[in-house]
Design a protein around this ligand. Structure first.
Ligand code: NAD
Ligand code: UGA
Length: 435
């Protein structure tokens, strides 16, 4: 199969490289020249574990190509995936589909022979219809079908998620296109990943429903954590206790500073907007969005309380800035709101993140960035663990304590056992645990 991937970001690059690794001939197109040039040199513009080796191996195997020439890449393709961004539209929270529609127009102009155009980007219900309309308008003669194939990979575990998915959802009403999609995913379903076929609109909604449900599950346990703090219970054990019920499941019940990232925040908001537009509001998700938004700044209040009620002129050391570990993605990271709220209250922020600092430097003015956990802890009034990178899981507490002005640890990811931290002479504050 000759596959063209429009957009070489987190999803397009990972999907393209994995398809190549399964033996397809893949061309990844991006309109940022510097990105394409560095990919050609084997330099990966994002941090994603395992990706660099996979790119190198498939480049060597001659199955993976990078280009800015969309028309050239589309003209020979059997399948063209649209994997461009669909960020929140400024002002109203709807998904901004301008990149998807622009790509559709360019694809239309270039395609030859029967071509399957696949929306892999997360797009609201009805986008496939509009993509079809655009292509038809641009090229009334074209032989094509538009399919929805949402992506469910997580950053930081993207290659494993792509290669061993729980399911592959394909929204197609065209038998020829369905056959092509079966061929594209053959290596995966031979590997036991179920293909789930449905109509295009249903497929588009499955993606939003899935992300919204997971966001709601996280928000549920976060609110449960707040209650645990008030009534003297332990949210880790509540999560374990309910998670053992197979109907509930034990995943996505880890209480923390609120969900962030490039997808849950924008996708929950876009679903809320779609539902309101169709006079069918989803109040559970409206509430999820509101609760999660306020939670991030509430985490700053937790830090302020741990510092005795004021952080003015105090030194706060933050461990981890990205929205989760094993990524350099800072989009909608809870750290952004936490830093802003602490700075609003007069704090001096020092921070360290293993992979996110290059991006964070442009987003966080007046933050001092350090070389590791110990250097930022020097003279600090509180150490705040924001993102649970492995590198922060076994900190040398004996070494840390004498470095700090006050030995206080606010653990927003419940990484440390409170008793052990206290034994080392620290004051410990977790999430939803007995203080
Ligand atoms: P991204 O911003 O990392 O990448 C998008 C890329 O598309 C950019 O490199 C951009 O330069 C390129 N691009 C935009 N318009 C183009 C055009 N006309 N021609 C060529 N290139 C173009 O975005 P992402 O995180 O990969 O997300 C892409 C889509 O996948 C979104 O809809 C997102 O919701 C969805 N998604 C993302 C993830 C994730 O983990 N990031 C997971 C599942 C689904
Ligand atoms: C999420 C989904 O998990 C993917 O299935 C989906 O494809 C993707 O969004 C998308 O549509 O882009 P991702 O955002 O990469 O993936 O990361 P997650 O692991 O889901 O974490 C999202 C946020 O929730 C992070 O801020 C994380 O810290 C938080 N989280 C997650 C919790 O606070 N508790 C949990 O138990 C799980």
């Amino acid at each position: 199969m000759r596959i063209t991937m429009i957009g070489a970001g987190y999803v397009g690059l990972v999907s393209g490289v994995c398809f190549a690794d399964f033996g397809h001939d893949v061309t990844c197109v991006d309109n940022i020249e510097s990105k394409v040039e560095s990919l050609r040199q084997g330099v990966i513009p994002i941090f994603e574990p395992g990706l660099e080796d996979l790119v190198r191996a498939n480049r060597k195997g001659g199955r993976l190509h990078f280009t800015t020439d969309l028309a050239g890449a589309v003209s020979n393709a059997d399948v063209v995936f649209i994997a461009v961004g669909t960020p929140s539209r400024r002002g109203d929270g709807h998904a901004d589909l301008s990149y998807v529609y622009a790509a559709a127009r360019d694809i239309a102009k270039a395609m030859t022979g029967f071509t399957v155009v696949v929306t892999k980007s997360t797009v609201p219900v009805g986008t496939g219809d509009e993509v079809e309309r655009i292509i038809r308008e641009e090229r009334p003669d074209a032989d094509f079908a538009v399919v929805s194939n949402p992506e469910f990979l997580r950053e930081g575990a993207a290659i494993a998620d792509f290669k061993r998915p729980d399911r592959i959802v394909i929204g197609s009403q065209d038998e020829r296109a369905s056959e092509v999609m079966r061929e594209v995913y053959r290596p995966l379903y031979l590997n036991a990943a179920p293909l789930f076929f449905c109509d295009r609109r249903t497929s588009e909604l499955i993606k939003y429903a899935g992300n919204a449900f997971l966001a709601m599950k996280i928000t549920f346990i976060n609110e449960m954590a707040d209650l645990c703090e008030k009534v003297g219970a332990d949210v880790q054990k509540v999560a374990k206790g309910i998670g053992m019920d197979k109907r509930i499941g034990d995943k996505f019940l880890h209480a923390g500073p609120g969900y962030g990232g490039s997808c849950f925040p924008k996708d929950t908001m876009a679903l809320v907007k779609t539902a309101q537009d169709h006079d069918s509001p989803i109040r559970l998700i409206e509430t999820t969005v509101a609760v999660n938004d306020t939670r991030k700044r509430a985490m700053a209040r937790k830090v302020i309380a741990a510092c005795g009620g004021s952080v003015r002129d105090k030194k706060i050391a933050l461990l981890g800035l990205t929205f989760k570990p094993n990524t350099d993605d800072m989009r909608d990271a809870p750290s952004l709101s936490i830093v802003q709220a602490l700075q609003d209250n007069g704090a001096n922020i020092h921070a360290y993140d293993p992979e996110g600092m290059d991006v964070a430097k442009d987003m966080m003015p007046d933050v001092t960035f350090g070389a590791d956990a110990y250097s930022i802890a020097e003279g600090a009034d509180v150490l705040v663990l924001v993102t649970e990178w492995d590198a922060f899981r076994a900190l040398d507490l004996r070494r840390l304590k004498p470095l700090m002005a006050q030995p206080v640890l606010v653990d927003l990811r419940n990484v440390y056992p409170p008793d052990e931290v206290r034994r080392h002479g620290f004051v410990y504050h977790g999430i939803g645990r007995r203080e």
